[in-house]
Design a protein around this ligand. Structure first.
Ligand code: 5GP
Length: 193
């Protein structure tokens, strides 16, 4: 097999809030070392257990804006009208240069920007089994206030409508199965337990 072009080694995973993008991408990171999960930058505060440089690069508003001015981001967006999140170009470039398959777990706005910048990347939409299941997952998580949950559901409705923009849809019914489908789309043989 020939070496893929840089953008060909990049897969973008997007989908509505609470669909389980984080769970699926963490599963991939823990079970498929040949995949490099891009560590995003964010202005939001760490949740309990989150480690700087592992889960996110936690930046101040000023630091984030400085990176924007420097053109350091491949993409960035304000998510849920609240905090900024972005993918640093060098994170992706370093992983691709090391021959890794790179996985970006980002929101829809970011996915659209990556499509502009790297049209050769692969775009995967992670869908819930149903709207009711998505609502149950979002409210069941219990980490957000009712106002924040409402805001995220509104975002999710818009995000669900964007499915047709993607190259492929994976339904997240079972995390291990969804992760296997995802790595398969990246050209990696899935391992089953
Ligand atoms: P959370 O705050 O729950 O970790 O993430 C909130 C949302 O931000 C998720 O939908 C996640 O996909 C998105 N997100 C995380 N990192 C990035 C990024 O680098 N860029 C963009 N555009 N969205 C991101």
């Amino acid at each position: 097999m020939s070496k893929p072009a840089p953008s060909g080694s990049i897969t973008v995973l997007a989908g509505p809030t609470a669909v389980g993008k984080g769970t699926v991408s963490t599963f991939v990171r823990d079970n498929y070392p040949e995949v490099s999960l891009s560590v995003s930058a964010t202005t939001r505060s760490p949740r309990p257990g989150e480690i700087d440089g592992v889960h996110y690069h936690f930046l101040s508003q000023e630091q984030f804006e400085q990176y924007i001015e420097q053109g350091a981001f491949l993409e960035w967006a304000t998510v849920h009208g609240l905090n900024k999140y972005g993918t640093l170009k060098h994170t992706v470039e370093e992983a691709a240069a090391a021959g890794k398959r790179v996985l970006l777990e980002i929101d829809l706005q970011g996915a659209r920007q990556v499509r502009e910048a790297l049209p050769g990347a692969h775009f995967v939409f992670l869908a819930p089994p149903s709207w009711e299941e998505l609502v149950a997952r979002l409210t069941g998580r219990g980490t957000e206030s009712p106002e924040e949950q409402q805001r995220r559901l509104e975002t999710a409705r818009l995000e669900l409508a964007a499915e047709s923009e993607f190259d492929q849809t994976i339904v997240n019914e079972h995390v291990d199965v969804a992760a296997a489908e995802l790595v398969q789309s990246m050209g990696i043989a899935p391992r089953t337990a």
